[in-house]
Design a binder for this molecule. Structure first.
Ligand SMILES: Cc1cc2nc3c(=O)[nH]c(=O)nc-3n(C[C@H](O)[C@H](O)[C@H](O)COP(=O)(O)O)c2cc1C
Ligand SMILES: Cc1ncc(COP(=O)(O)O)c(CN)c1O
Length: 205
């Protein structure tokens, strides 16, 4: 066999443990924000778009970030619920990149409510004020919407805007890239086949 393919149910657990270890190393190495990741999406026109979001939770079910469902990424993900995530931690070892791809689902209302409740009040009001990715005619218009949200919620908790929620990327493949001298990098790919079996192989750099 050309590749060292092994099929073990524990391979996803192994990949997630590797992710956790590198994530901790990134924090210890002083990465400005190890939770910052690029999320790439494409709508039905097939044109990719990418932007940074923050990873707020991860476990065997997947990797969660929060956003507006009516923004560009939200609209693309509703039309085509597939995403790619990308972490780059240059300060870890000789540079580490992690690529994750998978189907996307909306987190439960309870989970989204709990995360929203943990945000600073200003950020909560901002979520009401922002019509993410829509044309903004002036900064004043945004400030006015923010002031209106402040008035509306005066003296009470800010509820979660129903179209602001968490999206979970359920990994179908996870690749760890470790930088090395002379571009002799190491790449470890974990992937799940249609039957749900995980396998692991190396890739040429
Ligand atoms: C470091 C950083 C973190 C960000 N985190 C988030 C986030 O967690 N959620 C979010 O909706 N936008 C976040 N943004 C803003 C997005 O990059 C993007 O501008 C916004 O979500 C609109 O993207 P869209 O038009 O593709 O929907 C972040 C931007 C930066 C630079
Ligand atoms: C628009 C927007 N939404 C959500 C987030 C997620 O992070 P937090 O909940 O920490 O604000 C960010 C972070 N920059 C953001 O810019």
């Amino acid at each position: 066999m050309e590749t060292s393919t092994v099929e073990t149910p524990g391979l996803l657990a192994e990949a997630l443990a590797t992710f956790d270890r590198l994530f901790r190393e990134a924090a210890d190495a002083g990465e400005p924000d190890p939770t910052a990741m690029t999320v790439a999406t494409a709508g039905l026109d097939g044109r990719p778009s990418a932007r940074i979001v923050l990873l707020k939770a991860h476990d065997p079910r997947g990797f969660v970030f929060y956003t507006h469902l009516d923004g560009r990424k939200g609209r693309e993900l509703q039309a085509n619920p597939q995403a790619a995530l990308l972490f780059h931690w240059p300060r870890v070892r000789d540079g580490v990149q992690v690529r994750i791809e998978g189907a996307v689902e909306i987190v439960s209302d309870d989970e989204a409510d709990a995360y929203f409740a943990s945000r600073p009040r200003g950020s909560q009001l901002g979520a009401w004020a922002s019509k993410q990715s829509e044309t903004l005619e002036s900064r004043e218009a945004f400030d006015q919407r923010y002031a209106r949200a402040e008035q509306e919620f005066e003296g009470r908790d800010v509820s979660r805007p129903p179209r602001w929620t968490g999206l979970r990327v359920r990994p179908r493949c996870i690749e760890f890239w470790y930088g090395a001298q002379y571009r002799l990098h190491e790449r470890q790919l974990y992937e799940c086949d249609a039957a749900g079996e995980w396998s692991k192989r190396m890739l040429y750099p």
